[in-house]
Write a protein that binds this ligand. Structure first.
Ligand code: FMN
Length: 156
């Protein structure tokens, strides 16, 4: 049996956490807030994904730090989930490329909009209000199902 985990950061409005909890419901995926990863045993997983909101164009810095400190413990297979104000997919692709440069095999990436009140958006009631919405969750659920199927058939 392949085991899958996701390590995530969701510090702005909890958008990424909300998305993950919905799309992973009933699926064999362990979710770890990065604040609770000190004792995580990464060697039991055949695939570990990373999820984050986007903060000034990037995944949260604690993800980069965690990766740097524990790179050698990770399995080769990974995937990427993020929420951003823009939600077009380019931040997920950017982080996937970073993971590939680190030697990971990236099995997929998913990005959707997340409610954003950063900077000037706050003055106008925020951007991407209501996201992730039911459509984002449906798309994310389809992504996770497809991903689990891919993991079942991937080399470990
Ligand atoms: C400090 C900060 C910087 C942000 N920078 C960007 C950005 O560069 N591009 C973007 O599309 N959204 C940006 N956002 C919006 C967040 O990525 C978006 O709201 C995301 O859903 C937050 O996820 P979270 O609630 O899980 O933390 C930013 C938000 C914050 C708080």
């Amino acid at each position: 049996m392949h085991k899958t985990a996701i390590i995530y950061v969701s510090e702005h409005h909890g958008n990424t956490e909300k998305l993950l909890k919905e799309v992973c419901r009933g699926q064999p995926i362990d979710l770890f807030n990065i604040a609770c990863t000190e004792t995580i045993n990464l060697s039991q997983y055949s695939c570990v994904g990373f999820a984050s909101g986007i903060y000034v164009g990037k995944f949260h810095k604690s993800i980069f730090k965690f990766l740097k400190n524990r790179r050698c413990e990770f399995p080769k297979n990974s995937f990427v989930v993020c929420t951003s104000g823009i939600g077009k997919g380019r931040y997920a692709l950017k982080f996937s490329n970073y993971l590939r440069d680190q030697g990971f095999t990236v099995l997929g990436e998913f990005e959707c909009k997340g409610f954003d009140t950063f900077g000037p958006f706050k003055l106008f009631g925020g951007f991407a209000k209501g996201h992730p919405d039911t459509c984002d969750i449906a798309n994310g659920t389809a992504f996770i199902r497809q991903l689990l199927n891919t993991i079942e058939h991937a080399d470990t």
